[in-house]
Design a protein. Structure first.
Lengths: 420, 190
């Protein structure tokens, strides 16, 4: 009863926070986290951050009729792990499901010898793995996100690239569950369904499911949080975010891609290079990197030494190298990669820089283990046959992994220079 | 001779039992589901429409339901509302592309006729998903397909006729059917 009541209170607080943020043009004016109101100077709630440790831009949220998005404050990130409370979230439902884990079941059915239903307890008895993987929304860094608010300064890195996060995920390998159910001959795909109101569903190739996919119940050492799919989610390493179905309840093994509404509509892209036809799936997220500090919206306090830092990641595996340019791409030097450098995970890079007080354009470019190099915006659009400059700002809302330039002005202010 | 024969039988029994073990559940966890239990939650409908339930509906019936349950967000005729546009083209005049990014929400963009049925049935209306009867869903799909110029106003949609409808944009996707991995020479995201 108590836990139910506090759960409801939390939800109300969440809803009130959203309403306030929606009214405040999509950005929190004060940078404190939602829990901070609970702590006065006399009372410290165990686990809460110091009330001095506010993010520079607040916990980003943007609301649309059919989307609710929280962005990870990348400008304040350190290392490669995103705390669960700061992991980005995008959902197509109007509010979060409130799932009692005692009642929750995961079913595996369709083309299997033994259709099975699992409780959370049973899943936790099975062999588990813990692995560090990024999750990135395929709409991250979309061209429409650049320069949408302030035409001069542009949006900060949080609101352009903050739909990528990286955590340690713990759970049962999906292959263990599929073997338990016995996949039948002829099966080649599976389709998963979440318990959210929108019944978010996504198709996955069986070969990937048997490879490295996790049915996760924990994130960074604690139960997955409601925003991330409590009590259970799929974690599909390296693939576009929507593959990792949250609030997971049904997995159906089938013999063809189901092409659910989200997949057919939202997640396919009409492309000029394909004669206007659409590519259905892009599966893996392409190699991408971004300088997180200094980045748009921040200010460099003075001339002199400044360690540039950022993140690189690739759905294709390990990041092999990152190069940084401080002169708008005329020259590039190799950045240092911080360990650990893990496959399909954020990799932290650093680059020593002395600012001379003059205008500068900072950018990073990564290469993954397959030798795939992060493209410039021009290269990316050339690949897709988008030649018309005017349409570049609105074209192609997903799978943008272009190099991100940040322009430093003489006064030290940094802003988005993707389209300038 | 007899000795070697019994040895052979013993080996055969042992092999059979090992094989049997390999085929059974390695951890013996999870509860088996009956066919009836599966029917109660197996609502995800694939392109062939195998999971479609009994029921029927026409565009005329769907127009009434649409006005009551959908028009508030999607506009009177499936366009011009606050929520996504559902109609492109018009009765007798299907839109065949090219589709701009914002036009992908129109029903005429979908590659298979079952997609609209599946999504409306499980996820709509947004304020009360799962509250529509199968007849209402068939009728709403008929209404949207009629408004998009895909079927006639008098056509009856049911589990048999719906999957057979040829969508105007069926050939608007590359490759014809998704594959993994997509192309050995290119990364999947290219």
């Amino acid at each position: 009863m108590d836990s139910k009541r506090s759960g409801r209170r939390r939800f109300l607080k969440h809803a009130a926070g959203l309403a306030g943020l929606a009214a405040g043009a999509g950005r929190s004016a004060n940078g404190q986290s939602a829990g901070s109101e609970a702590q006065s100077k006399d009372v410290h709630v165990h686990g809460e951050p110091s009330h001095f440790a506010t993010t520079s831009l607040g916990r980003g949220v943007r609301l649309r009729l059919d989307h609710m998005t929280y962005y990870t404050p990348l400008q304040d990130s350190a290392g490669i792990i995103t705390p669960a409370s700061l992991h980005f979230m995008q959902t197509h439902s109007s509010h979060l499901p409130d799932i009692d884990p005692q009642q929750h079941r995961l079913t595996i059915h369709g083309m299997v010898d033994r259709p099975l239903s699992f409780t959370l307890e049973e899943l936790k008895r099975l062999p588990c793995v813990s692995r560090i993987y990024f999750v990135e929304c395929h709409g991250n860094g979309s061209s429409t996100l650049h320069s949408t608010n302030d035409p001069k300064m542009g949006l900060p890195v949080q609101y352009i690239h903050g739909m990528t996060s990286c955590s340690e995920w713990t759970g049962v390998p999906l292959s263990v569950l599929l073997n338990e159910a016995g996949v039948q001959k002829g099966a080649s795909w599976l389709v998963s369904e979440g318990a959210d109101e929108g019944k978010f569903s996504h198709t996955l190739p069986l070969a990937k499911a048997m490879d490295d996919v996790i049915v996760a119940y924990a994130q960074n050492g604690e139960p997955i949080r409601p925003e991330q799919g409590y009590p259970l989610r799929l974690l599909v390493p390296g693939f576009e975010g929507p593959s990792s179905v949250k609030w997971l309840r049904h997995i159906k093994v089938v013999d063809q891609p189901y092409m659910t509404w989200n997949e057919s509509m939202n997640h396919s892209i009409p492309r000029p290079d394909l004669g206007g036809k659409s590519r259905w799936y892009h599966f893996e997220m392409a190699p991408k990197s971004v300088i997180t500090r200094p980045s748009g919206g921040l200010k460099i306090p003075s001339r002199g030494f400044y360690e540039i830092t950022g993140l690189a990641w690739s759905g294709g595996g390990v990041i092999h190298r990152v190069d940084v340019s401080t002169d708008g791409g005329r020259s590039w030097k190799e950045a240092k990669l911080q360990t650990p450098v893990l496959p399909k995970a954020h990799t932290r890079f650093t680059f020593a820089w002395v600012w001379d007080g003059e205008e500068a354009v900072l950018q990073s470019r990564c290469t993954d283990e397959r030798g795939e190099v992060q493209p410039s915006l021009a290269e990316l659009y050339k690949n897709w046959g988008i030649t018309d400059v005017a349409s570049q700002k609105t074209a192609r809302a997903i799978h943008i992994n272009a190099i991100q330039p940040w322009k430093v002005d003489r006064d030290g202010s940094v802003h988005d220079a993707m389209f300038s | 001779m007899r000795c070697s024969l019994s040895l052979l039988v013993a080996v055969a029994i042992l092999a059979a039992s090992v094989l049997g073990l390999a085929q059974s559940r390695p951890y013996n966890l999870g509860t088996p589901l009956s066919e009836e239990e599966i029917r109660n939650f197996d609502f995800m409908v694939g392109p062939e429409g195998k999971e479609l339930p009994p029921g029927r509906g026409t565009a005329k019936e769907g127009a009434e339901t649409f006005a009551k349950r959908c028009a508030v967000c999607h506009g009177r005729n499936g366009e011009g509302g606050a929520a996504q546009r559902l109609v492109l083209g018009g009765p007798g005049n299907p839109y065949r592309g090219p589709f701009k990014d914002t036009e992908k929400s129109a029903t005429s963009y979908y590659p298979y006729p079952t997609i609209a049925w599946d999504y409306i049935n499980r996820a709509m209306p947004a304020n009360k998903p799962g509250s529509l009867t199968p007849d209402e869903v068939y009728a709403l799909v008929a209404f949207l397909f009629y408004r998009n110029g895909i079927i006639q106003e008098s056509d009856v949609l049911d589990a048999k006729s719906l999957p057979k409808i040829e969508m105007p944009n069926r050939n608007g996707f590359v490759p014809a059917v998704p594959v993994w991995p997509p192309d050995p020479k290119k990364p999947s995201w290219f």
